[in-house]
Design a protein around this ligand. Structure first.
Ligand SMILES: Nc1ncnc2c1ncn2[C@@H]1O[C@H](COP(=O)(O)OP(=O)(O)OP(=O)(O)O)[C@@H](O)[C@H]1O
Length: 305
């Protein structure tokens, strides 16, 4: 089908396939990774399908979560299992509550005055939302990477060493962990000869991988990623996606993304949010190819959002 034919089909409201939705994104000037060498996108999607484990243990079991910014309720009765060593993507239109949900998982919203949460998020024997939860320890176990890379104005080495110094680790242990974390974040080879130079001199993609290394250094069990590629070019985006595919062998990953094709490429499970409610969740392939709810189908096929 020609581009023109596709466009007219979109305008007439016909159902789009994921590829067509992505083609439209390309026409709109958004990222298109399929054009990169070796058809990397198809490879990662295939790898994701092969590593889907619908029986994986539930690492965080969120049940009946309600969340409020002051009087405004932002999440309504959300229940979502986050599975061990799988990537869970959170998708939905702007303002639907994806980031709010993500931030409840390591209590980042506590930093915003006037917020309130009720419900349960079972993590091991703990309820993440319980008043007695040690939030510092929680954020060490559940690390976070933000939309915009936020390295400290320090050297590359000190950025990664930061959390380890706070923990009082020995210099020798710190040196080992910094190297291990930079390797884990697929950055070591690019920076090993300039560890003492400023992190701010790195490219955007390298800075984001440095932030991932910084999160890995304190040995988390879960990594939360809030649109980690939204400020990156296609090549840097591809590197982060490849990295996610590697990291998920050892870590449970939850990623917020606006980019449905990214969700399709990297995630095993997907949750679709709309107006603060989790409309549908399940294996990514099912959500994209056989959505059960009309709202999901409309969103996936690009009718809104
Ligand atoms: N600090 C805040 N104070 C008050 N309301 C907030 C705050 N942060 C978010 N909200 C509101 O909560 C709702 C959910 O926002 P959230 O950022 O979680 O959505 P999102 O799906 O991540 O959106 P986006 O894709 O645009 O980042 C929105 O109505 C938003 O305006």
């Amino acid at each position: 089908m020609s581009t023109e034919e596709q466009s007219s089909q979109y305008q007439s409201g016909g159902v789009r396939t994921g590829q067509q939705t992505y083609d439209r994104a390309w026409e709109n000037g958004e990222v298109r990774i399929e054009n990169l060498p070796d058809n990397e996108a198809q490879r990662t999607e295939l790898q994701r399908e092969q590593t889907l484990n619908t029986h994986a243990d539930i690492e965080i079991d969120v049940q009946g979560l309600n969340f409020y910014y002051g009087k405004k309720q932002a999440l309504f009765d959300v229940s979502l299992p986050i599975r061990n060593c799988q990537v869970t993507a959170l998708i939905g239109p702007s303002g639907c509550g994806k980031s709010t949900f993500l931030r409840t998982l390591n209590r980042m919203n506590d930093l915003i005055p006037g917020t309130k949460v009720d419900g349960m998020a079972k993590f091991g024997e703990e309820n993440i939302y319980a008043a007695k939860t040690d939030v510092v320890l929680l954020r060490q176990r559940i690390g976070m990477v933000f939309q915009k890379a936020n390295p400290f104005p320090k050297s590359i080495f000190e950025n990664v060493a930061y959390g380890l110094r706070v923990q009082g680790k020995s210099n020798r242990a710190i040196k080992e962990m910094v190297e291990k974390s930079l390797r884990g974040a697929a950055l070591w080879d690019e920076v090993k000869d300039r560890l003492n130079t400023s992190a701010l001199g790195l490219s955007g993609g390298q800075q984001q991988r440095l932030c991932i290394a910084r999160a890995l250094a304190v040995q988390p069990e879960v990594l939360l990623m809030d649109e980690p590629c939204s400020a990156l070019d296609p090549i840097a985006t591809l590197k982060i996606e490849e990295l996610i595919t590697e990291l998920v062998k050892d870590y449970t990953i939850v990623i917020v993304t606006h980019n449905m094709q990214q969700a399709a490429r990297v995630s095993h499970f997907t949750g679709f949010f709309l107006s603060g409610k989790l409309v549908e969740q399940g294996p990514t392939k099912d959500i994209f190819e056989r959505p059960q709810k009309k709202e999901t189908e409309d969103y996936i096929s690009g009718r809104f959002g």
